[in-house]
Design a protein around this ligand. Structure first.
Ligand code: AMP
Length: 328
């Protein structure tokens, strides 16, 4: 599928000696895995090419994926190729120097909110952007080299973005891509220990979440995490934001939302929306956000906006439950 655009991307990679890989702000396993995985593939195939991933911060829980590249002079971007992975809109690209690149390519699996770049390969039905990078490798496997490091990065992105191969977007193709990585050799026991083990204190925070969560009339589970709670449990914003995963298995709650106060001067509240069966991306789009049908992000600035967003989610869930049968 999409052979022409993939071939055009391969030709661009061949053409440039210096390539910058970009990802989205608030990085996650998929965008980190996709950038690091593609970098490994390019470096293993063409050792003389310079490939950089310059980001200001790596999420703490992803530090095991290895160190980031040191920043380079802005002039280095000029004349280089930029490839942006896993990022639907320009505003979410974490390194603003992407603008300096001579040409820009977008590779993404989000619902496309806007077009950017000179060349775009978007497949929104893919379970992760890493899956697309593996597909890219498979398409040109007679030319490209996939080493163990690349496989480990890409597998990490695939398992994290697909909820351990659980979400709706997982297809036979997803598992064939994962099989290609396992054939190269991924230490899954170490990876899953890194992904699952939690600090004793963090489990105390989880207990607190379960005590504090609430449910709207029609079945939207939600939690509001203010600054005081984050300070009480000594959490980074990323750690606090990860609590969304704890609301995902409540019978009857087919949508769940976490609101996390960021503590910045604009009183920004990060919103993480998740659902099963029912689509919720339109709610995120109404509140400075977007994402996938069942996993979106948004930003609000007041408790009134929190309530408004919850009302929209509650109405969406009510409508869905009234018109569908096989939900639980
Ligand atoms: P998050 O809850 O931040 O992990 O976001 C869930 C999904 O929605 C991710 O795939 C994000 O890339 C996407 N997303 C989050 N925030 C936004 C936003 N403001 N605009 C567009 N997409 C977003």
């Amino acid at each position: 599928m999409n052979y022409e655009v993939k071939k055009a991307i391969l030709d661009k990679i061949k053409e440039y000696d210096r390539i910058f890989l970009f990802r989205h702000i608030r990085n996650d396993g998929d965008c980190v895995g996709a950038t690091k995985g593609l970098k490994e593939i390019i470096k293993a195939t063409w050792p003389d090419k310079e490939v950089y991933i310059i980001d200001t911060e790596l999420a703490k829980n992803l530090e095991f994926m290895g160190p980031e590249d040191e920043p380079v002079e802005e002039s280095a971007y000029e004349g280089a190729l930029g490839i942006v992975l896993d990022t639907a809109s320009e505003a979410r690209i974490s390194n603003p120097n992407y603008k300096l690149c001579k040409e820009l390519i977008k590779i993404d699996h989000h619902i496309p909110l806007e077009n950017y770049g000179d060349l775009a390969w978007v497949e929104e039905e893919r379970s992760s952007c890493c899956e697309m990078v593996v597909d890219f490798y498979q398409t040109f496997s007679d030319e490209l080299i996939l080493n163990k490091d690349a496989a480990a990065h890409l597998y990490t992105g695939m398992v994290t973005d697909s909820g351990r191969f659980k979400y709706d977007g997982v297809t036979g193709e997803t598992l064939r891509c994962a099989a290609t990585l396992l054939d190269v050799g991924v230490k899954t026991d170490i990876l899953f220990a890194r992904l699952y083990l939690e600090a004793f204190e963090y489990l105390k925070f989880k207990a607190h979440i379960y005590n504090r969560m609430e449910v709207t009339e029609n079945g939207v589970a939600y939690i509001y995490i203010d600054r005081a709670m984050q300070e009480e449990f000594n959490l980074t914003l990323e750690q606090a934001s990860a609590c969304i995963g704890n609301l995902d298995s409540i019978r009857g709650c087919i949508c769940w939302i976490a609101f996390i106060e960021t503590g910045d001067e604009k009183n920004t509240i990060r919103v993480r929306l998740r659902s099963r069966f029912v689509h919720i991306n339109h709610i995120a789009e109404n509140h400075n956000g977007g994402g996938h049908a069942c996993a979106s992000g948004a930003t609000v600035y007041s408790r009134e906006e929190v309530d408004a967003l919850l009302s929209e989610a509650d109405a969406t869930v009510a409508e869905y439950k009234a018109t569908h049968e096989e939900w639980l």
